[in-house]
Design a protein around this ligand. Structure first.
Ligand code: ADP
Length: 495
């Protein structure tokens, strides 16, 4: 699409850590194996990473088990734990630019997005959960009879966490922040596409005083390392973010092993609804952002753009013009809005969906092709005349493909927006308070953004209705995922 910007803006970055981090030590895989990790700008290998399997997961889980059962972690005062989280966040802040560069190198997202938004949000999230560590407490319960009853809120134990590749640092923060604030210990498996930044920050965590064994990082693939973690008998809780398909597998593995509780943050097909009273230029920009942000690789992407028939033509013309103006190119260059997709598999998948859109007779307004001959760049693509039963309106594409649908009235659009197995998020664009209220009450989704989109404060809960997931992350709600409630009951008087 548009011309790429000039200057390379990043500091050079080195890859220092490629091994697992278990019990405070960097160690090779038990098997001695490694796997390549790539630069999505070129498809070239940038490092070889220790490849985890069941044996590495076993070692990591026993380190986490020991750190939980024998201390020091849950035995420290909450204030001491809070101080370590704060020191860690401050250290990350000092390494902002290297971390952002590493994230961009491995993931392909625009460097400025990583440097100005994602690393700062990571830091903010750890500050937020550090604040919770010493404010977690139970209740005194007025039960019938002469009993003194209290509830203790205790950590669950060893938490297994499996994260995806689209926001490697933020997904680490959403999982690790609340788990550690509550006093749990962790084995985290990164996505095979993006192992680098988690190892880097985990090293900083130990510099900040985190005791060995509290946070263990294993790199590797899903069906091997991931499945071993989900089915481990000594893991007390599992948290997963990824596709709905894999979420089902994780839930099943947890059920078949030790019935560990599971939280899932899965796929979506989120509606973005533009009402007839909308201010069009603003709506165009927000709908564009809602879909194209992060190369379209967001679980909550506004991937069904519903536009009221009275403003449809104007919206469409402007949405197309905006997509044509989107700057795609090297994510390290200043001014670039869109980098490459993460890998060849995702790249091919997105191109298949584009072909399916064309075959199903949606109108291809712009884009539709790859850019260049190396790396995984795709033109910003807009389809109009999209019908509800087309594959591009039903499946999660996870790429820079905007589908525009027409609607007539609010009741109709609520029904159509809800006619999906997903329920992660929704966007609503209107100047009418009444319309906004009707839509926010009617939409079955875990987040409804009104006249905004992708607002991700540390305090705002995030998660899905229906097949978009189980449970909420961030905010006070995430603490519940990592706490057990113990009722303690005793007679008021000795018998
Ligand atoms: P995507 O299709 O976007 O790569 P996945 O849901 O497959 O998303 O991956 C998200 C995370 O789940 C990654 O860390 C991946 O390695 C892991 N994973 C994939 N398959 C399994 C599995 N069978 N068991 C446990 N984890 C898995």
């Amino acid at each position: 699409s548009a011309t790429a910007a000039e200057e390379l803006i990043t500091p050079a970055v080195q890859i220092s850590y490629t091994q697992h981090l278990i019990n405070g030590q960097f160690v090779d895989a038990a098997s001695g194996k490694s796997f390549p990790t790539y630069d999505p700008r070129t498809g070239e290998v940038i490092a070889h990473i220790a490849e985890g399997d069941a044996e590495d997961i076993n070692r990591a889980v026993s380190a986490a088990r020991k750190a939980f059962d024998e201390g020091p972690w849950p035995k420290m005062t909450a204030y001491e734990r809070s101080r370590i989280l704060l020191r860690f966040a401050d250290l990350v802040e000092k390494h902002n630019d290297e971390l952002a560069a590493l994230e961009t190198w491995n993931n392909g997202k625009p460097y400025l997005q990583a440097a100005q938004s994602e690393v700062p949000m990571f830091v903010r999230l750890f500050h937020y959960y550090a604040g919770w560590a010493d404010k977690i407490h139970g209740l005194t319960v007025p039960a019938d009879g002469n009993y003194h009853v209290q509830t203790l809120h205790e950590p669950i134990g060893v938490a297994g966490q499996i994260i995806p590749w689209n926001f490697p640092l933020l997904m680490f923060a959403w999982k690790v922040g609340p788990a550690l604030a509550c006093g749990n210990t962790i084995v985290l498996k990164t996505a095979e596409q993006t192992p680098l930044t988690a190892l880097y920050v985990a090293k900083l965590f130990h510099e900040a005083g985190l005791p060995p064994g509290v946070l263990n990082i294993v790199s590797g693939y899903g069906p091997t390392a991931g499945a071993a973690l989900a089915s481990h008998m000594d893991v007390d809780k599992i948290a997963f973010t990824g596709s709905t398909e894999t979420g089902k597998v994780v839930l099943e593995l947890a059920a078949k092993s030790n019935l560990k509780p599971v939280t899932l943050e899965l796929g979506g097909k989120s509606p973005f609804i533009i009402c007839e009273d909308a201010e069009i230029d603003h709506a165009v920009e927000l709908a564009h952002f809602a879909l194209f942000f992060n190369q379209g690789q967001c679980c909550c992407a506004g991937s069904r753009t519903f536009v009221h028939e009275r403003v449809y033509d104007e919206f469409l013309e402007k949405a197309k013009a905006r997509a044509l103006r989107r700057v795609v190119g090297d994510p390290f260059k200043n001014g670039v809005e869109q980098g490459p997709q993460i890998d060849s598999e995702q790249f091919e998948k997105v191109l298949r969906y584009i072909r399916s859109g064309i075959e199903s007779k949606a109108t291809l307004e712009c884009g539709g092709e790859r850019i260049g001959s190396k790396g995984y760049f795709i033109q910003p693509t807009v389809f109009s005349n999209v019908q509800d039963d087309m594959l591009i309106a039903k499946d999660e594409i996870f790429g820079p493909v905007q589908s525009i649908l027409k609607f007539k009235d609010i009741d109709e659009v609520i029904k159509r927006a809800n006619a999906t197995r997903y329920g992660l998020a929704a966007g609503v664009f209107t100047r009418s308070l009444e319309t906004a209220n009707t839509l926010t009450r009617g939409l079955r989704a875990g987040t409804v953004w009104v006249n905004c989109f992708d607002v991700f404060d540390a305090a705002i809960p995030f998660g899905g209705y229906k097949m978009s997931g189980i449970g909420r992350e961030k905010g006070i709600y995430s603490l519940h995922n990592y706490l057990q409630v113990k009722a303690v009951v005793s007679p008021l008087k000795n018998p």
